[in-house]
Design a protein around this ligand. Structure first.
Ligand code: ZN
Length: 206
């Protein structure tokens, strides 16, 4: 009996659950999901850049999560800082090829990413597009004029992602694989992976 009760609580009745918290946002298909790339979609390389598809490794559950996320969000875009271009470690074509292969893998899994935005500049160039600056958000809004920032969620693993989302009035989700919840700035929710966020949103509590 006790186990059965526990199971019922797991169905989103528990007001401390992540699912319950996300339900308060009332996400529907008028919402947009902004995803950082490295550390959210694919494994981040310590001290290095993903320069070609051979170095790109999807994080667990991401490919299955995107089709599920599309039931909740009307649009999914990627916003990523790619300073490796500014450092001449790779070029625009290399990055476009990675996006193209990434998109093909997502499509094969039954999903789709609506657009990829990237900042190729060096931090020292002080451009408007490098997160935490908001240029990529406004570019997306100018391409898809029905984007409403207050009906958007930014998912990222870096402070710059959270600040970007907060500046634009978005809900923010920090990916922190080690489970640390003591980051500053604090996101609305902190989860271990995009998969955990997706499953909680769908009411499949993990
Ligand atoms: Zn830039």
């Amino acid at each position: 009996m006790f186990e059965r009760l526990q199971a019922l609580i797991g169905l989103g009745i528990d007001k401390n659950s992540l699912t319950y918290k996300l339900k308060q946002w009332k996400v529907d298909t008028s919402w947009t999901l902004f995803l950082d790339r490295d550390g959210v979609i694919n494994r981040k390389l310590a001290g290095a850049y993903v320069r070609h598809w051979g170095e790109f490794e999807f994080l667990a559950g991401v490919l299955d999560s995107i089709p599920l996320l599309m039931r909740y969000f009307g649009r999914i875009v990627v916003v990523t800082n790619q300073q490796g271009i500014g450092k001449d470690l790779m070029n625009h074509e290399d990055l476009h090829d990675i996006f193209s292969q990434l998109q093909q893998a997502v499509i094969q899994a039954g999903g789709k990413i609506d657009c990829f935005y990237y900042c190729p500049h060096l931090a020292s160039q002080q451009c408007a597009c490098r997160k935490p600056n908001t240029g990529m958000g406004f570019q997306a809004k100018s391409d898809f004029n029905d984007i409403i920032f207050t009906k958007s969620v930014m998912v990222g693993d870096s402070d710059s992602d959270i600040i970007f989302g907060q500046k634009l009035g978005m809900k923010t989700v920090r990916i922190s694989p080690v489970g640390a919840n003591d980051h500053s700035p604090e996101a609305n929710v902190t989860v271990a992976s995009l998969q955990v966020f997706t499953r909680a949103l769908a009411g499949i509590e993990v």
